[in-house]
Design a protein around this ligand. Structure first.
Ligand SMILES: Nc1ncnc2c1ncn2[C@@H]1O[C@H](COP(=O)(O)OP(=O)(O)OP(=O)(O)O)[C@@H](O)[C@H]1O
Ligand SMILES: [Mg+2]
Length: 242
């Protein structure tokens, strides 16, 4: 069964202006993601992956083009509506975990839910327990981030992203700060979530992580290309390896 279109970018471009310098870092991006898909966006450093994800995540606006989220035109919405979509429909996971160090694991997972006026304390706690269980972190509910390994912190960040029951999970290099064992656990969680129906868009420059996704989108110099391209970074890596 073909899923419903969740993300639809049409000829999206992004130009950053810093002082008098202008640079167009995304060029004519057409991208559609349907419900239930697992898509990776890969490409060399500087190719525009994070910029593209921040536009999909409504953290950043396109300079030109059109963006429909679940059929609604983001381009013409007010900022308050953008904030509501970010809080309710999108779950973010970043390389640096971005947990609050003052809060326990459970409190971190609960935080985005506290902005929902209609949700009482008991419902929130139930949802938090469910999410901690999902990622195998129930025993660590009362630990603070500093008392957790990087992999465990990232699992808490995943639980936090999931707690709001978003329509899509957006992850930007989620295994970038993890050793290979912790990275494998995180990638397995993504596999399992997708098998349960969660829509996932994963940004990575690691081809091994990218290959876990069912569809790969390759970015090079701000454009979607058919095949992976070698970027400057990879050339440097090869030089070091010689
Ligand atoms: N806020 C900003 N203002 C100006 N230029 C920016 C901004 N954010 C990103 N850029 C530029 O846009 C280009 C693409 O950056 P982006 O962070 O999207 O790349 P990336 O593919 O995520 O790279 P990496 O793999 O290193 O994370 C880069 O040339 C970068 O310098
Ligand atoms: Mg990036």
């Amino acid at each position: 069964m073909a899923g419903r279109t969740l993300i639809q970018l049409e000829k999206v471009s992004k130009t950053y202006k810093v002082g008098k310098l202008e640079s167009t870092v995304l060029k004519d991006i057409d991208l559609t993601i349907t419900e239930g898909e697992y898509v990776s966006i890969c490409g060399p450093s500087g190719s525009g992956k994070s910029t593209l994800l921040s536009i999909i995540g409504v953290l950043n606006g396109a300079t030109t083009g059109r963006y429909l989220f679940d059929g609604a035109d983001i381009t013409s919405m007010k900022q308050a509506e953008h904030a509501r979509i970010r809080n309710r429909q999108i779950g973010f996971i970043f390389q640096a975990f971005n947990l609050s160090s003052e809060m326990t694991a459970a409190e971190n997972v609960e935080l985005p839910l506290t902005y929902r006026k209609e949700m009482g304390r008991k419902d929130r706690k139930e949802l938090v327990d469910e999410m901690l269980d999902k990622i195998g972190m129930t025993d660590f509910a009362n630990h603070f981030p500093a008392q957790l390994s990087g992999g465990q912190q990232q699992r808490i960040a995943i639980a936090r992203a999931l707690a709001g029951k978003p329509k899509i999970i957006l992850a930007d290099e989620p295994t970038g700060n993890l050793d290979s064992k912790a990275a494998a656990i995180v990638m397995d969680i993504f596999d399992r979530l997708n098998a349960e129906g969660t829509t996932i868009c994963l940004v990575t420059h690691d081809p091994r992580s990218a290959s876990k996704a069912k569809r790969q989108v390759h970015l090079f110099d701000g454009r979607i290309v058919d095949e992976p391209q070698t970027g400057k970074d990879d050339d440097e890596t090869q030089l070091h390896a010689v």
